[in-house]
Design a protein. Structure first.
Length: 258
């Protein structure tokens, strides 16, 4: 079947242009071809232009690894497709979450891959119980936190990570345990602090501050004992951080009583 797509025999049930590009990118990725692929994919305005079979095919292509350019394009397409509820299920059920995390880990230096993968993860983490279970597996959250550390001043990466963790910590004790086991709670506090500092000059960082706060609150509701090891820094240094500490302490007290 893959050979048929490669030689150009059309399929009435797939986006032939995307499939053709991926087959070519799987074989070689010169600058001209990569530019063509990016241009083609940039024209995909919404998930209605992508069908189930195309998503399944791309996931299988990415499962075997491959050239970085092909994987980058694949992540970009999945980031669009995940906006559709049905395609989102196709991605999760097809092992897309595991594949995305593997790609993130193997290509940590590719900023575009990190950004597109977090776009996928932030959506499925908020909407899929199965995806949250996958994210709770050993090593999964380590990948996300490694990306946060590597791109600490990148607003898009920090926002995608904060949204992902806010969703994955929602009503998921296993994921909260996983997050806390890799010091994720303190990394999120640093993310909140960093966003607060940046938002004074760049207001858009306020979103990162908000989502990291949501993630922290979700964690404390499930594991209030995490506050014992929390590092909020020096009291009085940042008012917003002091206020966050007060809020989380209050949430922890309520959680311990319930």
């Amino acid at each position: 079947l893959q050979f048929l797509y490669f030689i150009g025999i059309p399929s009435p049930n797939m986006s032939n242009q995307l499939i053709g590009l991926f087959n070519r990118l799987s074989a070689f990725s010169d600058a001209a071809l990569v530019a063509e692929a990016k241009e083609q994919i940039s024209q995909i305005s919404n998930c209605e232009e992508i069908d189930e079979e195309t998503v399944s095919y791309l996931i299988e292509c990415m499962r075997d690894g491959g050239l970085e350019a092909m994987l980058e394009m694949g992540c970009t397409v999945l980031a669009v497709a995940v906006g559709d509820d049905h395609l989102q299920n196709v991605i999760v059920d097809g092992g897309g979450v595991e594949i995305v995390l593997t790609v993130m880990h193997k290509h940590s230096g590719n900023r575009e891959i990190q950004f597109q993968c977090l776009d996928v993860l932030s959506t499925v983490a908020a909407n899929s119980y199965k995806a949250r279970n996958t994210l709770s597996n050993e090593g999964c959250n380590d990948v996300i936190f490694a990306t946060m550390k590597a791109y600490v001043h990148d607003i898009d990466i920090q926002l995608g990570a904060a949204c992902t963790l806010a969703g994955s910590a929602m009503n998921s004790p296993a994921n909260v345990t996983s997050i806390c086991s890799c010091d994720g709670f303190n990394i999120l506090i640093k993310c909140y602090r960093n966003a607060y500092i940046h938002q004074k000059k760049q207001p858009d960082w306020k979103q990162v501050q908000q989502w990291s706060s949501i993630a922290l609150k979700n964690i404390v509701r499930s594991a209030p004992e995490v506050m014992k090891k929390a590092d909020f820094g020096k009291f009085g240094e940042y008012v917003a951080v002091d206020e966050l500490k007060w809020e989380l302490t209050h949430i922890a007290k309520l959680a311990l009583k319930s």
